[in-house]
Design a protein around this ligand. Structure first.
Ligand SMILES: [Fe+2]
Length: 467
């Protein structure tokens, strides 16, 4: 909802008269702690038209947040931020108490308000400047520069990875900040294992992580997928385990995007950007008995979703899940029984993902979880289809595992490569993958080193027909 400031004030009074009448005349002394932080942006939901709406999310730590505001314009000077938008949803009080152990300090000490404001119909391929506040008279955040996607541009660049916290010895964050400032990518997708906080810290680790990535996530859309470290499986409080509470609350700004794709959950959804159809899945469902119930709805969603893709509009389909369907690491469950459960279903072939990826000609499956970088040749049914990356759509899928965004310990390769394995990075360099969709036929995949931005691997997929 975009309104002029005068209308906006009337609207606020109508929404919360007790908090704003007389308007902001006597703001309490906690105003300084209401400075927005953890600013991050995701696409809003418009599937068919491709998103030109953006959801600005932020957090305030004060105790009197009754509204959410964003001012924006096309120049960085605060005086040029001439459009003020009031968030339609009230701020959500969030303590992550469900993730706290009974022995932890009371999470009331970690109260925070989650804000989201939707900016509709932003101009494409431009820089929109904005700032946020939880009161109409501030305090306002810094002014951020959001680079909006140009859906008609010939090229799209996405930085993608799994497994990244900020309190690690090496993370990709500084290099991704550098790339963001240089305009090197259009969006970021982090497919699970976010922040690596302990489950009993009342969400403090996620606060720190979101502040650390703010120079990235406030400037380009930063999409979050779910991984096992969001399960809170280690929570001492058993009622909290496998509830994914912190993920579902903190990244709730993705609900519009998920809903637009026909999903009722931000754990699995899809979206179109430019000429690419991205799908994010919750692969824990195929592995953790506590969330097996999410297999069937995801299969149903995925089949309907992939069947609906118009390849003349989005010739590229990229599916991402935190856990791999194909990986080769060790003789353990992760790259064997668990990967096969995702690939083929367990006991019910209809619950396997691979048949759908093949039927609908998915080009690329990306995963993390296992902490290294590797890629396959086009593969299907556990067999090498071809060594070439040219024209394999519908016959096989290429699998890339980039699960070293910023994680403490790499997973070494301890078993021989399989026939379909194409490249392993045995240096276990922390880093991220960059997908460059050059046009409708050429997709370049690169893996970068987080220490020096050097290239770890590069290959190009060429698909000359839709299917
Ligand atoms: Fe993981």
């Amino acid at each position: 909802m975009q309104v002029a400031v005068v209308l906006l004030l009337l609207c606020i009074i109508a929404v919360a008269p007790s908090a704003f009448a007389p308007f902001a005349a006597a703001l309490p002394a906690t105003v300084a702690s209401n400075l927005p932080e953890q600013v991050h942006v995701v696409f809003g939901g418009t599937r068919l038209l491709r998103p030109t709406s953006y959801v600005i999310q932020f957090v305030t730590l004060g105790n009197n947040a009754a509204a959410s505001f964003v001012q924006f314009g096309l120049a960085p000077d605060p005086a040029a931020l001439t459009t003020t938008v009031l968030g339609e949803d009230m701020p959500v009080l969030f303590t992550d108490a469900d993730g706290a152990s009974s022995e932890a300090a009371p999470c009331a000490q970690h109260e925070r308000f989650l804000h989201s404001v939707v900016l509709n119909d932003l101009p494409q391929g431009t820089t929109v400047y904005y700032r946020a506040a939880c009161h109409a008279d501030g305090p306002w955040s810094d002014v951020f520069a959001l680079k909006t996607v140009n859906h008609t541009a010939p090229r799209l660049v996405a930085s993608v990875f799994g497994d990244m916290g900020s309190q690690m010895d090496v993370t990709s964050i500084p290099m991704l900040i550098q790339d963001t400032k240089a305009g090197a990518h259009d969006l970021v997708i982090h497919y699970g294992d976010i922040a690596y906080g302990p489950p009993n810290d009342c969400g403090a680790s996620s606060d720190g992580f979101l502040n650390d990535i703010q120079p990235i996530a406030a400037s380009v859309p930063y999409i979050f997928g779910v991984g096992n470290h969001e399960s809170e499986s280690e929570a001492a409080n058993h009622t909290a385990r496998y509830k994914y509470h912190n993920f579902l609350m903190r990244y709730g700004g993705q609900h519009a995007l998920a809903a637009a794709s026909g999903s009722s959950s931000i754990r699995y959804f899809s979206f179109n950007v430019q000429r690419v159809h991205f799908v994010l899945l919750d692969t824990d469902a195929w592995v953790l008995p506590e969330v097996w119930s999410l297999v069937k709805p995801q299969i149903q969603f995925l089949e309907k979703d992939l069947a609906s893709v118009d390849r003349s509009e989005t010739p590229w389909i990229v599916v991402m899940g935190h856990r791999a369907m194909y990986c080769t690491k060790a003789a353990d469950a992760e790259c064997n029984d668990e990967a096969e459960a995702i690939r083929y279903g367990f006991g019910n072939p209809q619950h396997g993902i691979e048949r759908l990826l093949l039927q609908y000609g998915v080009d690329l499956y990306l995963s993390g979880h296992t902490h290294h970088y590797m890629r396959t040749h086009p593969v299907a049914q556990g067999k090498l289809i071809q060594r070439s990356y040219v024209n394999f759509r519908g016959k096989g899928v290429v699998h890339v595992q980039s699960g070293v965004g910023g994680v403490a310990s790499p997973d070494p390769f301890t078993v021989p490569p399989r026939e379909y394995d194409a490249f392993w990075d045995a240096s276990y360099a922390r880093g991220w993958a960059r997908l460059t969709f050059w046009n409708d036929t050429h997709l370049e995949v690169e893996q970068y080193n987080a220490v020096d931005h050097s290239l770890v691997d590069s290959f190009t997929i060429v698909q000359n027909s839709y299917l």
